[in-house]
Design a protein around this ligand. Sequence first.
Ligand code: ATP
Ligand code: MG
Length: 421
Amino acid sequence: MLITGIKGINDILPDDVGKWQWVESVARRIFSNFGFQEIRIPLLEKTELFARSIGESTDIVEKEMYTFPDRNGQLLTLRPEATASVVRAFIQHRLHLNPTMRKFYTIGPMFRHERPQKGRYRQFHQINAEVFAMDDPMVDAEVIYMLLVFLEELNIPDVTLHINSMGCPDCRQPFRKSLTEYLGRVSDKLCSDCQRRRLTNPLRIFDCKVEPCKQLVREAPVLLDYLCNDCLSNFEGVKEHLTSLGIGYTIDPHMVRGLDYYNRTTFEALTPHLGAQNAVGGGGRYDGLMETLGGPDLPATGFAIGMERLILLLDEKIEIEKDSNRLFLACLGNECQKRGFQFAQQLRLRNIFVEMDYESRSLKAQMRRADKLGATHVLILGDDELAKGVATLRNMETSVQEDIPLEGIVEELLQRLRSAM
Ligand code: ATP
Ligand code: MG
């Protein structure tokens, strides 16, 4: 029986990898201009890290995590998101003591056991950015700005920004009361999950994907109407800075993110081009998380971008640059192949793309392969040439061929290929 990969867990084949590398390199360049440094965190963590941070009654923790006991019986989870791990690492390595460690980004796979469909997978990749120990609304605006600059640089079309405020524990208290009252009145119309959520974590009902619940949520009281003065002026500050940066936004009082730890400003970048999977990225402030996880009481904000969705949205026309100097060695006969084999290694050591044929096929077959590989030049090495002490260099674009002496050929090729770049 053929062993295939796991449903919803995909391979990224070489033909597509260029796009991924490009997206990653743009992220690295832009994020680093904004003062972000890369942090690499593990794929596996203790389950309690996610249970405690994301929230026990969220979909992610209740239904989507890949959790298993290891051989010592320790419960582990394949990370469903990155923020909890970045916070854990920050606390564990006492990075708050180092004032140069405030802004982090990380890129890598996440795991959620969801129903696979376009734009939704069980292993997917995120680019995450997190900022610690800064709570000025300017920081929220700047993080959102960075997200949009990044999407713009990738030419992702028709992105809209939705923002909301999740308030603070002070404003959530009275809001929760009136939401619970409302949900009590409509409880017989809620799905079975929301019946339960109504009592455990009513805010989660805003995240329900079941149609009748979505309808009911539209008429529910919203947190935005219950913000305390501090949260209100904070939200005003964020909006003001967004406007000063020329960013348009829609206030969406019904947007709650799928994780419990958010407070104050949350946001999502949406696209109309991916059907139901309309969020390219999202994030927000999570000021309480550091302390919840046993660290210092420091504010934080950040976002995550889904890379698969970005790749789906990339313009088909984008040309991913390949190395512009690509040499193919077409060697005819044993002796020539041995010489070519050596040239190839020497040129590769000098940073030139070289590919050759190892099977002594006909010149025609070798030229076909050179073409497929996108070779800009082919060096033809045959017995006749060898006898004359030369090799023939063919420029694949112009079809011009000329003989080059074997003596000093590596230096000569280097010069020609580099100047052709
Ligand atoms: P959604 O509402 O689409 O489920 P989410 O709120 O669960 O998204 P986050 O946890 O905020 O998503 O993750 C940030 C981004 O990661 C999303 O905006 C999306 O682009 C991407 N993402 C989330 N889940 C998946 C998935 N299962 N497959 C592919 N991308 C995903
Ligand atoms: Mg989700």
